[in-house]
Design a protein. Structure first.
Length: 285
């Protein structure tokens, strides 16, 4: 078993253990599950769609936030707990599915990506009180716009073809490490970083599948670190989380299978669409 599959299996095991604790908590609190806001059948359909889109880089946090507010599933205080509790299990399946695929990402690139992300998160956590998240969010928005323009120009010059590398080396690897620390740092300010990471990796020449592998690993690490405390507190909508754990996980597996087999140029265009959605969400008040 290679390093990528070992890491993917570790994610999957963590997700399954988390699912066990969630299920045990729900069995103990059947009344709270029954009385939770929302229709379980509808939530299963919505979570299937959301996590299917998540496999191509669409932010499940953004879509779930819109869903929670629209359906009034939780108040502002318990909203973050709902988002994190919902994403861990399907996120683990997504990470595992990408990492077990043949030639998805180079082992060295993956390991350095995870290490640099952790370093950036630690540094950002220490500086979070002295930084202005709103300013950083605007800077991120403008950076995304320029990145999208650069990607479009790159695709036009290369007649629509996209990057094909599954790993980075030399100067490109150094650039990725430096920028990854910055991404981990900024993420601690509450700024969405998946679109920025996508733009960076595509510009460095990684294939869309390799890019998605790293970006979705990024989205899996951070929620897992705080998931256990959320289960203990019980401040989340149990119907929504149950729907994500079941229908969302099924959608995750199906979505990754389709993404990996998809035409790379088409996948690149979809990723540009994801970045455009992120830009709109950043600037929209």
């Amino acid at each position: 078993m290679n390093i990528q599959r070992i890491i993917g299996t570790a994610f999957l095991i963590c997700g399954l253990v988390y699912a066990f604790f969630l299920a045990r908590e729900m069995v103990k609190n059947k009344e709270k599950l029954r009385d939770a806001e929302g229709n379980l059948s509808l939530l299963c359909v919505l979570q299937f769609i959301i996590y299917f889109l998540c496999t191509i880089g669409v932010s499940d946090f953004l879509l779930n936030t819109l869903m929670i507010k629209r359906l009034k599933l939780a108040d502002d205080k318990s909203l973050p707990s709902c988002l994190i509790a919902a994403t861990i299990v399907p996120g683990a399946f997504i990470a595992f599915s990408y990492l077990k695929a043949e030639n998805s990402i180079d082992a060295l690139t993956l390991i350095l990506w995870m290490v640099c992300l952790a370093v950036g998160g630690v540094l950002g956590g220490r500086a979070v009180s002295s930084m202005d998240g709103a300013v950083l969010k605007k800077i991120m928005g403008y950076a995304l716009i320029f990145s999208m323009i650069a990607l479009i120009v790159k695709m036009a010059v290369s007649s629509g073809s996209s990057g094909s590398a599954i790993g980075l080396s030399g100067v490109k690897l150094v650039i990725m490490c430096v920028m990854c620390v910055a991404i981990g740092f900024i993420n601690m300010m509450g700024v969405p970083c998946k679109p920025a990471a996508t733009a960076l990796l595509l510009l460095l020449g990684l294939s869309p599948v390799a890019t998605l592998t790293l970006v979705l690993v990024l989205g899996c690490i951070i929620p897992m670190s705080g998931g256990v405390s959320i289960v203990k507190a019980g401040m989340y909508n149990r119907k929504m989380v149950l729907a994500a754990m079941t229908a969302g996980s099924a959608a995750s597996i199906l979505g990754v299978m389709l993404a990996i087999s998809m035409n790379q140029t088409l996948l690149n265009i979809l990723l540009l669409g994801v970045m455009l959605i992120a830009v709109i969400s950043i600037f929209k008040k």
